[in-house]
Design a protein around this ligand. Structure first.
Ligand SMILES: Nc1nc2c(ncn2[C@@H]2O[C@H](COP(=O)(O)OP(=O)(O)OP(=O)(O)O)[C@@H](O)[C@H]2O)c(=O)[nH]1
Ligand SMILES: O=C([O-])CC(=O)C(=O)O
Ligand SMILES: [Mn+2]
Length: 619
């Protein structure tokens, strides 16, 4: 990144490493942390991010000069950029993600753990001098509403301008946040990030600096985050998975609420009655798509509140209220298209977006698999190679992402701006399973629903580094995001519902859009047609829809799903909702093995649920 391009932006705001004197705050805790971090990482300059439009343009211009950003054709995508990562830095790195609680037991068997003092020492070694030759950006941010009763502040320090421009889309950042934080002298989560690629004098930078060695580390008692070596979203935009899920889940445990990997949507029926639903699906399993659903049945309307993270707490009347702490979408690009998700496409087409690892069209736009039914004749793929439809590899990386402000969604519900959130009527858990799991199953009751969530399983996707397509248990879609022991996490779910008005507890459903037929195709058309499943769910809440009781719960009766206008016979639906005894015999074994791993920390209520499920199958 050329110094000359950066100077005008910084000149009046910071002098070399003199963080405190240029700092636009008197928050002593923050000043001390910034100073200490600058001393450790030794950046050339410290820059306090104010979040303004002008600043954003300047940073984007600098990223273009540095070769990190490619400006897209403004007639197609105004104020939008494409970035291409190092091919080894394309997804979250779960193997290198750590929960460093004081006691190993508190990290639980699902997390990597290391002693916090030993880890700090290791990290200090890695961060020492890691920002040499670079700018250290200080980004004050808030997850959720700035006017919430206790706003959840964070400050990310990073040496990546790509992270600054992305955080500006994903969270509320800058002066307004810093001023409020200072005024309240509020606690904040210190979130330290470095790409781990210091520049020696005269050394030429690369377009996507990163380090072969990556560490994504959380200190739950201290409520701090250290992330080293990666520039990729989930590893580097620390407000998202690291704070709003891993650290927030620990806050939630201690404070009696829930931080979950869920979308929130608002559904309005033809009778003009509104319902709010949340749904937890693992990464790349359909949250953004369901949140932006375009119903294929008449009279039903969907509006969006959130597509990835939900914070929930019980309100004064014992109702479960949900808010989305994020301000943007960080969505999977492949599979997002005009025919599958037109609402997302319209939001993206308004511009102000950052695309990562997508393909470029010859007219300066972007493309990815599934965006249009017609495949362009020529593209530049995500690695910069010529691409034609006869090329072997996909044009976009399977985990290519779009990063877009949430308020560009036309169907954003007005309640998005309400710090009180919305009252949930139903919670859906879902995964990606080719077999076994029916299209939709209603749980028997709340505890049975938590059992469903605790045994949720899904085939792995490109959202995380490692093998794709392997079935793994992913409780509440939180496997990579629980900031503490998995058994304690399940106990917490059972315990918080003690605050509930039982009458108003949401009903819990298990869904699977990804079941296959014998010929390998999807058993259910999915996407907009999932509105038919939502309709059945609402009708169940209203006591209207017919269901068949099975050992695992209630599935739609043969004629209960609205198939109007769909080219599907009742036998096809039967395939999609079937509970197959043989498949479930194998599933029960899988669940049993999964539960064994919890040891003592598995709540007794859930082992009792498993016992009852086995008995129902045996009966
Ligand atoms: N067959 C089928 N595919 C779907 C459906 N919904 C989503 N997908 C595909 O699943 C992939 C991921 O979908 P997303 O909605 O982006 O998943 P997500 O849960 O938001 O993913 P993260 O952002 O990683 O948490 C995309 O390729 C979609 O096209 C569906 O109903 N049926
Ligand atoms: O966190 C990320 O990098 C993207 C994401 O939403 C996920 O993987 O769940
Ligand atoms: Mn998503």
């Amino acid at each position: 990144m050329g110094d000359s391009a950066r100077q005008p932006l910084l000149a009046d705001r910071a002098t070399d490493r003199d963080a405190a004197s240029a700092a636009p705050t008197t928050h002593q805790g923050l000043l001390a942390w910034v100073e200490e971090t600058a001393a450790l990482t030794q950046p050339d300059r410290v820059y306090w991010v104010n979040g303004s439009e002008e600043e954003n343009h300047q940073l984007s211009d600098e990223l273009v000069s540095a070769g990190t950003f490619k400006r897209l054709n403004p007639e197609l995508f105004p104020n939008s950029f494409a970035a291409f990562s190092d091919p080894a830095d394309v997804a979250r790195v779960e193997e290198q993600t750590f929960i460093c609680s004081r006691n190993e037991r508190d990290a639980g068997f699902t997390n990597n753990w290391m002693d916090p003092d030993a880890m700090k020492e290791k990290l200090r070694g890695l961060f020492a001098g890691s920002m040499r030759g670079r700018t250290m950006y200080v980004i004050p941010f808030v997850m959720g509403h700035l006017d919430a009763p206790t706003p959840k502040f964070g400050v990310e320090i990073t040496d990546s301008a790509y992270v600054v421009t992305s955080m500006r889309i994903m969270a509320t950042i800058g002066t307004e946040v810093l001023d409020r934080m200072t005024e309240l002298n509020a606690d904040f989560v210190p979130a330290l990030h470095s790409v781990g690629a210091p520049l020696e004098p005269g050394q030429q930078d690369v377009a996507w600096p990163c380090n072969e060695e990556k560490w994504i580390v959380h200190f739950p008692e201290e409520r701090s985050i250290w992330s080293f070596g990666s520039g990729y979203g989930g590893n580097a935009l620390l407000g998202k998975k690291c704070y709003a899920l891993r650290i927030a889940s620990v806050m939630a445990r201690d404070e009696g609420w829930l931080a979950e990997h869920m979308l929130i949507l608002k559904l309005t029926s033809p009778q003009n009655k509104t319902y709010y639903l949340s749904a937890a699906f693992p990464s790349a399993c359909g949250k953004t798509n369901l949140a932006l659903l375009d119903p294929t049945i008449d009279g039903w309307k969907v509006e969006t509140l959130g597509d990835d993270i939900t914070w929930m707490r019980f309100g004064k009347e014992g109702e479960l209220r949900a808010v989305n702490p994020e301000a943007g979408l960080f969505g999977v690009a492949p599979g997002t298209g005009w025919h599958t998700n037109p609402n997302a496409m319209r939001a993206i087409a308004k511009g102000n977006s950052i695309f990562t690892n997508v393909a470029l069209t010859d007219d300066g736009g972007v493309w990815w698999e599934g965006m249009t039914e017609e495949v362009p004749a020529h593209l530049t793929d995500w690695q910069g190679n010529e691409w034609t439809p006869s090329s072997d590899a996909p044009a976009a990386h399977p985990n290519a992402r779009f990063c877009t402000p949430i308020d560009q969604i036309d169907m954003l519900a007005e309640e998005f701006n309400d710090p009180e959130g919305v009252e949930l009527s139903a919670i859906l858990f879902g995964g990606r399973r080719k077999t076994t799991v029916p299209l939709v199953t209603q749980s028997r009751d709340w505890t049975n629903g938590i059992f469903m969530g605790s045994t949720l399983s899904s085939e792995t996707t490109a959202a995380a580094a490692g093998a794709v397509g392997r079935v793994r248990r992913d409780p509440m879609a939180m496997l990579p995001f629980m900031g503490y022991d998995a058994g304690d996490y399940l106990s917490h779910w059972l315990k918080v519902s003690g605050q509930a008005n039982q009458e108003r507890l949401p009903k819990i459903f298990l869904v699977n859009w990804f079941r296959r037929t014998a010929d390998g195709g999807f058993a259910w058309p999915g996407f907009g047609d999932n509105s038919r499943v939502l309709k059945w769910i609402i009708e169940r809440l209203e006591g209207e829809a017919e269901a068949v009781e099975t050992p695992i719960g209630y599935v739609p009766a043969p004629d209960a799903l609205d198939l109007t206008g769909l080219d599907m016979a009742p036998e096809d639906v039967e395939q999609a909702v079937r509970v197959d005894a043989e498949e479930w015999a194998a599933e029960l074994e899988g669940i049993e093995q999964w539960y064994q791993q919890f040891g003592d920390s598995l709540p007794a209520e859930l082992s009792a649920e498993l016992q009852r499920l086995k008995e129902r199958f045996a009966a």
